[in-house]
Design a protein around this ligand. Sequence first.
Ligand SMILES: Nc1nc2c(ncn2[C@@H]2O[C@H](COP(=O)(O)OP(=O)(O)OP(=O)(O)O)[C@@H](O)[C@H]2O)c(=O)[nH]1
Ligand SMILES: [Zn+2]
Length: 352
Amino acid sequence: MENQAYIYNFKNIMSSSGWSKEEIAQVIAVHKDRYEILTPDAEISAELAGNLRFSAQSSLDMPAVGDWVKIVPMNDDHAIILEIFKRKTILRRQSVGSSSNDQVIAANADSGIIAMSVGQDFNLRRIDRYLTICYDGDLEPIVLLTKTDLLEEQDVLKLSSQIQERHPQAQVISVSINKIETLHTLQNSMAKNRTYCFMGSSGVGKSTLINWLASNSLMKTSEISASHGKGRHTTTYRRLMYLQDGFAIVDTPGMREVGVTDGDRSIDATFEQIASLAEGCKYSNCTHTNEDGCAVSEAIENGELEEELLYSYQKLKREQNHYSQTVWEKRKSQKDFGKMIKRVQNQKKRFK
Ligand SMILES: Nc1nc2c(ncn2[C@@H]2O[C@H](COP(=O)(O)OP(=O)(O)OP(=O)(O)O)[C@@H](O)[C@H]2O)c(=O)[nH]1
Ligand SMILES: [Zn+2]
């Protein structure tokens, strides 16, 4: 295959894991009980070693797209996965309403591309959510405003400055499949050896853009154009692809729900303005609702901070609290279950 970005990553893993060349592969797609993995020589299929499957406490312990794994090759096109290498980054979400089962979207991606179209899909609060999960997993976010041909240029500028004002730290790029110069801007902003994970609702144009990036890559490879032929419809599962431009892409199916998980810090990183104002609150645990000496409420009264932003912040905080609680309860009930088993085993011993 000989992709430079792959080889670059591969060498890093080899030197930091101490695993030998034949033992290292990267997960590029996850199916029900089968994985597609990439070795320096080929794309092969793999399954999980029994002990890894049985010791997994949650979906976080299972291989995800982007994971580097230790394998034992069984034959030319099949291997067993023994171990997952420590993740550099992790993009995960919680399906809202479900009993706190995290879903890992991608492992080891450097950057999260938050695609949102200028039409009906445009929603600042959803951007807040995506940013939060990016910061939570240590990914650098890029907000990609898509289908900009549907609006007048002026209106596109309005939307992008709305995003930029709300999140000054995030990079915002506008793009349309019908405007070649915007596609080049996107392509040029993607750096060598980095992995970009595309996220966003269904139909915002992710696959269209990825197809363009793949087929306008420096050197076309038959491999890539085969999987990106004309007949390709909606994305049904996540997949990692190395493009000849020197970067990699993770395509994800459209997401309807983006529940946040752990990490107060990630919400604070998303709402930098609120976090820095909060340093001036009288109480360190101020909820910015009705406390005395609340610098955040004061800023809203002065017109320095938009009230809408605080609502979004508080909604995510509540959701995160709820998440932490359910995780705590789940762990506790697992512990209780463990204790119960031990008790039963001890009783059995006594009756022997
Ligand atoms: N007007 C306009 N339409 C676009 C643009 N990009 C994509 N589309 C159209 O939008 C529709 C959805 O595009 P996709 O690329 O399949 O969207 P997606 O985000 O990959 O959707 P999922 O695979 O379901 O997640 C298609 O009919 C595209 O032709 C654009 O820049 N402008
Ligand atoms: Zn306050």
